[in-house]
Design a protein. Structure first.
Length: 73
C-alpha cells in the first residue's frame, strides 16, 4: 500500500526513472543479480520487490531506487 501512495508523490517531484537494486554480496541469488540496474519509467517496467524469482523468497533484499528527472543520465 505504501508504494501506491508514493507513486503520485514521486511523479509530482519530477520522477525520472526507477532502478532495481539488490544488495550485492555472496548471498545474492542469480535472479536478483540479473535484475541489478534494471531501469524503467514506472514500477511495472522493472522486476517487483521482493523479486518473485528470488531464491531466498521472502528474504529478498532488492529495492527500488527512484531517480529524479534532472539526475537521469
Amino acid at each position: 500500500m505504501t508504494r501506491l501512495l508514493l507513486i503520485p508523490l514521486l511523479a509530482a517531484l519530477a520522477w525520472g526513472q526507477e532502478v532495481c537494486s539488490p544488495l550485492l554480496d555472496i548471498n545474492t541469488c542469480e535472479n536478483c543479480a540479473a535484475a541489478d540496474e534494471a531501469t524503467g519509467a514506472t514500477p511495472d517496467d522493472i522486476p517487483d520487490v521482493p523479486n518473485p524469482d528470488c531464491d531466498g523468497a521472502d528474504r529478498c533484499r532488492c529495492v527500488h531506487v527512484y531517480i529524479f528527472s534532472d539526475e537521469v543520465r
